[in-house]
Write a protein that binds this ligand. Sequence first.
Ligand code: NAD
Length: 427
Amino acid sequence: MSTAPVTQAKAPMDEFNPFQAMAQRFDVAADKLGLDEGLRDVLRTPDKELTVSIPVSMDNGKLRVFTGYRVQHNFSRGPCKGGIRYAPDVNLDEVRALAAWMTWKCSVVDVPFGGGKGGVICDPRQLSKGELERITRRYTSGIMDILGPDRDVPAPDVNTNEQTMAWLMDTYSMHVRRTETAVVTGKPLALGGSKGRTEATGRGVMIATREAMKKIGLKPEQTRVVVQGSGNVGGIGAMMLARQGMKIVSISDIYGAIHNDKGLDVPDVLAHLRQHKKLEGYAKAEHIPSASQLELDCEVLVPAATENQITSKNAERIKAKLIVEGANGPTTVLADQILEKRGVTVVPDILANAGGVTVSYFEWVQDRAGYFWTEEVVNSRLEQVMTTSFAAVEETARKYSTSLRIGAYILAVGRVATVYQLRGTYA
Ligand code: NAD
């Protein structure tokens, strides 16, 4: 897999602009597929972008206005699907890129959704639960007209969770005068959530890692893994990988990283995190700065925090043989080129972290049918989707003599292009 010739996208004008990064990789896939300029324009361009102002009464009695976005990138294959993130640095280009990645991701795993994404500029660490609820409800009412089980179905992302989805579902339901569980996924089980959804992205990362390790001949018991991030994807991913017999030597959070070359006790680290909300103070490991974590000695690196972590500045120093992108957009286009030349295999985000949207699709199906599956059924169907999709990406990469990333884009863009052409352009 790592011996394919370099076929990466040209460097974007701004290495750290995620939408440009998406567009560059899209263009390489479109070239390989021979798509004409008009169709490329349609597929590259977001269908709808909504910016809303969110006035909220804060706990101190003052009014504050937040800004929120919802971008619907492409609905050719079905309702738009994608998470909502709360962070101080959310911006429209980031949400656009994340929405487009959702279109390609849903297509890679062949679930009948298009791509969307949302975000609110705020720092949840500085907000009370009441303030977060009021932001969520007002944001939902602001984007209400473009939501719905057949239009656009949000889910959790960075700094949002089951509770956020419960507030969103309730707000939507109050407006439409009926309980509409299928308007969001990643809900609590008691509100129509799916068994296995919380673990789904981490489980999918584990399956993708396992499949890639088989291909490059890495054995679990000889494999050291570094995981950046310890939230839904990183924390659960680390636990699932440890259960496969791999040694998790480092985990991080936004404040710093911990390292133990003998292997961390992952459940113990996660218990510390639940209690203290940060890794700080964890006694059974060495504490190291975040920046050096990615360059630690290991066989597998799982970036599971945020965008632009593996860049032209550190790609030469990455020691891992295999990178599995738990996060969306953690590797820049320039870093891809360096890694490919060095023979490092990268399992791209739109495949590696697609377990979440796959089980979100299962949740939506269960809500609409009003019939709920056992955890064994959910997990075995997820296993099937991830292994089939991994094999399809690998085969496409081989067929076009390219990287797994570009293989995944070719597969995804090709499927969306076919559907778009079958539907035709409404005039
Ligand atoms: P989360 O909020 O649960 O956790 C994020 C983690 O990253 C936290 O441990 C946080 O401390 C850490 N972090 C944030 N910024 C960091 C930084 N600059 N350096 C180091 N650590 C940092 O979020 P999540 O749901 O786990 O999402 C993580 C990534 O995975 C995001 O890119 C998200 O888009 C992607 N993703 C999430 C899902 C899902 O189902 N939750 C699905 C697919 C992709």
